[in-house]
Design a protein around this ligand. Structure first.
Ligand code: DUC
Ligand code: ZN
Ligand code: ZN
Length: 493
């Protein structure tokens, strides 16, 4: 009998955002060809068969918040990982699609040049499939007029900032962006922190000569996030345009988001492992060590805050769980965390510590290992919803016959993998630390498959994928985020 399929996955438990079933999977020409009840492919001929041994078979991870090869934007440093090392780290942790940022600087007028330059950085360098969010630093008339072309170029989302000198937009500029985004069917991501509150707090701390890494947390009080979140929701409601609030860290911001969702507004939200696993204590380490966990918003007060964020994932307040992989080396005085140490501040100054933590490789395993989310919810927030929100579904984030790319993680059956302590030396990024060092890991992808190719085999060689196999994916408009009204927005008079 002729070979019918390229790959079969048998004896697994298929988990999607809607089902948990003992199903077998057949793959052909990079796509999911068939999913049938266990045993149903007994007579099928394939080039290769994987026995999943009762392990979970899930869609490959979609990480929709990743910073690679960026110039200094969040303080002094520049990101450690490039497209090669960042995507290598991603695939070794089960992420098969990433959406990174194409950052336009305030001094630049155009978004299209930014897009093309980012394509050059990514092309032929990625281990996994990818797309970009345009980061709008300067919504000039020209930049706004380019939104239409962005859509034609397969880009359907952008990110704006309410803080950071290099990026902060004022409310009028935010409305300009929202209006044009609405016209073009683009989803706007918002970094919601009040930059002026942060600057004021920073000046107060400086007056008191408080410079240690832990004061990064004090300089970004919950108030800054909560106020900006409410303001962003208000601007979005005024313009009837959907937004996604990125990296939400505080219970009070989550409450504003939930209240808006309960009113039927198209407000979406993201959180990240930092806000599930880290607290203020992680910023308050001996010497300069706390700098490893400096990110914005910062880890919050206590585990009780983390518990509320977990609940928000479970109850749907948070649509997606992304890594916000924003990697800076620790022992690097040129571009890393230690670039904030100098003659004037021999112990460093929190305000100059580059903001961000690595986490693209650990997002899925840490979250699954914590065992705090229902399995379908885990798939929803880490795979399916990011794909739906950013116009990749059902090609990505799903296992739909004939439609989905064959991007799959095969995990271990519960208890089948030996538990281990996470160590940075196990990871594949180009960063000299992980903020999650020493955490207990109970799950890791056993196999990762990207468009039908086995790109990770934990027990036989680890990384098997090839740099350059990952390709740019043209995205559609979001299938989740839409204005309430179809008609053109009218100025209220
Ligand atoms: N915002 C991000 O999204 N990532 C890193 C730094 C920041 O402030
Ligand atoms: Zn941000
Ligand atoms: Zn980020």
């Amino acid at each position: 009998m002729a070979i019918e399929y390229d790959l079969l996955i048998v004896n697994g438990v298929v988990v999607t955002d809607t089902d948990i079933q003992e199903w077998d999977v057949a793959i052909k020409d990079e796509k999911i060809a068939k999913i049938v009840p266990r045993g149903g492919l007994k007579n099928a001929k394939a080039t290769k068969t994987i026995d999943a041994q009762g392990g979970y078979v899930m869609p490959g991870g979609v990480d929709a918040h990743v910073h690679l090869q960026e110039p200094p934007l969040f303080g002094k440093g520049s990101t450690a990982d490039n497209y090669e090392t960042g995507s290598r780290s991603a695939v070794c942790g089960g992420t098969t699609t990433m959406v990174t940022f194409a950052p336009q600087k305030k001094t630049e007028d155009t978004l299209l040049d930014t897009l093309y330059a980012t394509h050059e950085r990514a092309k032929n360098n990625c281990y996994i499939d990818y797309s970009f969010h345009l980061l709008v630093g300067n919504p000039s008339e020209r930049a706004l007029s380019e939104f239409k072309t962005l859509r034609e170029e397969g880009i359907s989302s952008l990110k704006i900032y309410m803080t950071y000198e290099a990026l902060q937009l004022h409310d009028g500029q935010i409305l300009d962006v929202l209006l044009e985004a609405r016209k073009q069917g683009i989803t706007t991501m918002v970094h919601a922190e009040n930059g002026q509150v942060i600057d004021w707090m920073t000046a107060q701390l400086e007056k008191r000569k408080l410079f240690a890494p832990k004061y990064h947390g004090s300089s970004h009080p919950p108030l800054a996030e909560v106020e900006a979140t409410y303001r962003a929701i208000s601007l979005s409601e005024f313009m009837d345009t959907p937004i996604l609030i990125v990296h939400v860290s505080t219970p009070a911001a989550a409450a504003h988001i939930k209240a808006a969702q309960d009113r039927g507004l198209p407000i979406f939200a993201e959180t990240c492992p930092q806000y599930l696993f880290l607290t203020k204590q992680d910023l308050d380490q001996p010497g300069f060590e706390g700098a490893k966990c400096v990110c914005s918003p910062p880890p919050r007060e206590s585990e009780a805050d983390c518990d509320v964020i977990w609940e928000g994932l479970a109850d749907g307040t948070f649509t997606i769980l992304s890594s916000d992989h924003c990697p800076f080396r620790y022992n690097d005085s040129e571009t890393g965390k230690k670039s904030s140490i100098n003659d004037e501040y021999p112990l460093g100054h929190f305000k100059y510590i580059p903001n961000g933590c690595p986490g693209i490789e650990t997002r899925l395993s840490l979250t699954l290992s914590a065992n705090r989310l229902d399995l379908k919810k885990f798939v929803e927030v880490t795979c399916s919803n990011p794909a739906k929100l950013y116009g990749l579904y059902p090609r990505k984030g799903a296992l739909v016959e004939g439609q989905s790319d064959a991007d799959i993680n095969i995990w271990y059956a519960p208890g089948q993998m030996e538990t281990f302590e996470l160590k940075n030396e196990m990871l594949h990024h180009d960063v000299d630390y992980t903020p999650f060092e020493g955490r207990t890991v109970k799950q890791w992808p056993r196999y990762t498959i990207l468009r039908g190719q086995i790109v990770w085999d934990k027990e036989h060689g680890g990384l098997l994928g090839q740099k350059g196999y990952g390709k740019f994916i043209n995205r559609d408009a979001s299938s989740l985020a839409k204005p309430l009204k179809e008609e053109e927005w009218q100025l209220p008079l």
